[in-house]
Design a protein around this ligand. Structure first.
Ligand SMILES: [Zn+2]
Length: 70
């Protein structure tokens, strides 16, 4: 997979994350301090974060392969 398509995936995931965050902010339960601990939207945000991290790692590895170090 190319770096470009991976970067596009990250972009899409970040957009999704933004929308989820907005949703999370409007939930009544999330106004409480520990509300997000049981919030489904927040769980999805965390999962999205993990995916973004995974893809970013892949990008870094791919970029590392391209670099010629000496
Ligand atoms: Zn929440």
């Amino acid at each position: 997979m190319s770096i470009e398509s991976l970067e596009k995936q990250v972009e899409e995931l970040m957009e999704k994350r933004d929308k989820l965050e907005e949703q999370c902010d409007t939930l009544p339960q999330c106004e409480k301090d520990d509300g997000c601990a049981t919030c489904k939207v927040y769980k999805e945000i965390e999962e999205t974060d993990a995916k973004i991290e995974e893809i970013e790692e892949k990008i870094e590895n791919l970029m590392g392969d391209d670099e010629i170090e000496d």
